[in-house]
Ligand binder design. Structure first.
Ligand SMILES: [Mg+2]
Ligand SMILES: [Zn+2]
Length: 183
């Protein structure tokens, strides 16, 4: 059976944006994020985090740091009952490590997930605070929701007029509420 999914940005969408988070102690959930994810899962959505972490390429953190930070996120969400189905990241940056297939808005992280899960992309959503999150949704044929947490307030002005999000939400929790009201 095909599942619907939320492809979730991490920093500025689930946890508070703090620029290149390398220490698990810096992970701070955005209020309502865990409740929103729990609600989405209860309605049958798979929950996937896909995160650009160019701090690895820039030498600001290691891949192990990213894994530890991701584990803290998993633990914090889990303590509120929200379980992520998979977490993927891209540690590359084109000016350092060259072009890769996984850095958003390219679809490589989504393709890694599609090898393990049967997902109906047309009924799925990308939720994030950056233009490249919205562009990813167009690139995979999913719907896009931009959140006004993180860099959202700045990035909403930089959207491609031909590639607008389906909805601009105050935060992740209200994004999920909008999805459930419009399905
Ligand atoms: Mg972000
Ligand atoms: Zn990459």
């Amino acid at each position: 059976m095909q599942h619907r999914a939320l492809f979730l940005d991490r920093d500025g969408t689930i946890n508070v944006e703090k620029e290149f988070i390398s220490n698990p102690d810096e992970v701070e959930l955005i209020p309502g994020a865990a409740e929103g994810l729990l609600l989405a899962a209860a309605h049958g959505f798979k929950l996937f985090v896909i995160s650009n972490q160019s701090g690895v390429a820039r030498g600001l953190m290691t891949e192990d740091d990213v894994v530890r930070v991701n584990q803290r996120l998993i633990d914090l969400l889990g303590s509120e009952g929200a379980k992520l189905d998979a977490v993927e990241f891209c540690g590359h940056h084109p000016s350092v490590t060259g072009r890769c297939e996984c850095r958003k808005p390219r679809r490589g992280m989504v393709d890694r997930i599609l090898k393990r899960f049967d997902i109906d992309l047309a009924r799925s959503f990308v939720i994030g605070d950056r233009v490249f999150d919205v562009e990813l949704a167009y690139n995979i044929g999913a719907k896009a929701i931009m959140v006004m947490t993180g860099y959202g307030v700045l990035e909403v002005n930089a959207l491609n007029p031909d590639r607008k999000p389906d909805y601009v939400a105050r935060d992740l929790q209200s994004a999920v509420q909008w999805i459930l009201e419009h399905e």
